[in-house]
Design a protein around this ligand. Sequence first.
Ligand SMILES: NC(=O)c1ccc[n+]([C@@H]2O[C@H](COP(=O)([O-])OP(=O)(O)OC[C@H]3O[C@@H](n4cnc5c(N)ncnc54)[C@H](OP(=O)(O)O)[C@@H]3O)[C@@H](O)[C@H]2O)c1
Length: 298
Amino acid sequence: MERIGFIGLGQMGKPMARNLLNAGYSLTVYNRSKQPMEELASYGAKTAGSPREVGSNSDVVILSLPYPETVKQVVLGVGGVAEGIRAGGVVIDTSTTDPLTARELHEELRRRGVGFLDAPVSGGPEGAEAAALTFMVGGEERDLERCMPILRAMGKHIFHVGGPGAGQGVKLVNQILVALHTLAAAEAMLFASRLGLDLGMVLEVIQRSAGDSFIFRRVAPQFIARKFGRGWQTYLIHKDLGLVLKTAEKLKLPMLLSSLAREKYGAAMAQGLEKIDSAAVIKVLEQLAGPNTRPGHS
Ligand SMILES: NC(=O)c1ccc[n+]([C@@H]2O[C@H](COP(=O)([O-])OP(=O)(O)OC[C@H]3O[C@@H](n4cnc5c(N)ncnc54)[C@H](OP(=O)(O)O)[C@@H]3O)[C@@H](O)[C@H]2O)c1
């Protein structure tokens, strides 16, 4: 069985790492703060003092980190994974970055005889807990074939979507839709609320109407309960839209709605909502609308 290393034990990484332990893999973990490492050690993981140490203890190293810059630093920086991992190893990056970053990492590691898969995920912390994530994998067939049992221990749907960078491309497509659908649902529910409609009734009817969507079903109950949690954090959706715009700029492609959406999630960050679920973007729309002084008409 492959020896696995895991770096980045946040909302996604921690449950993914636990599922690997549950599947019987020997696991070495590293995270910037110590607390999640200690928690995983209590379930049987070994802890490391640096990404390099994770690399030297592992055949396959998995990453779940916030930004492209973090991933590059952790893999290629001083004391990074590339200094420890032996030729023949594979790095799997499940973070959301961008196609260019993925291709750069693939080239750098390939030069050292190490494989690289960009394998971003969808399903959120709930999907990570349930080992039900969707993986969108870019990279070489033989690396994916080798890593398939590892991905299956964390996910339900594993798609090989193309060569290096293609996984990140598909993930960014998903993120455009997630960000815009969340904003559309927020605007629609604010409209319903100002009309004085019964929001529970709106939820029930829309679920059986053409305006329904996976995202609407996810966020409308949060709007109604006014409870947003910490699942799909605003800072990550804001980061993802930034990556979409950066990538689109290279393609000379205008992204009108994604630009507007990024401003709205940016405003949510400015209001201190960065670590709150992105559904909380409705608060920005509410603030723009001002207090509800007019009587509703239903
Ligand atoms: N949350 C979602 O719904 C979701 C869904 C799909 C994909 N993703 C993607 O998955 C990735 C992780 O997301 P998340 O929600 O798990 O984020 P998160 O909860 O903020 O976790 C990020 C983790 O990375 C650690 N970290 C940061 N810099 C590090 C470094 N230099 N070395 C080692 N560890 C470092 C953080 O440590 P500290 O404890 O010190 O902060 C934290 O544990 C992101 O790329 C995100 O876009 C997230």
